[in-house]
Design a protein. Sequence first.
Length: 116
Amino acid sequence: MASGGPYRLAGELVRELGRLLETWWRADRVRASPAEGRLLRIAPPALLRVRGEPAEVRRRLAGASSAGPFVIYLCQNARGPCELRVRPVGPDYRPTLLWVEAGKETGLDESEVEVW
């Protein structure tokens, strides 16, 4: 048998498994509660109702900045292109939502966005 035999092989396997778990743990992921998750899991094409007005989600962009992770949904409504910007946790420990339309940013409450 090779030097160390099965014990050496088992030790190497455990080390590799540890590296794999560490890599997975450090991966960039947006972490949020299930309630917040409904606004982070929208997959195009999807329909939204923002303050009672319908909009179609056409594209989803996710990333991170110095302020933390975010998701931007590029949408289209009757007036033209618009965006829903979501940050998982705002200063009050609730998602921060911004609606951008015609260059104007408006803050939203979660209850103002319906996902269909």
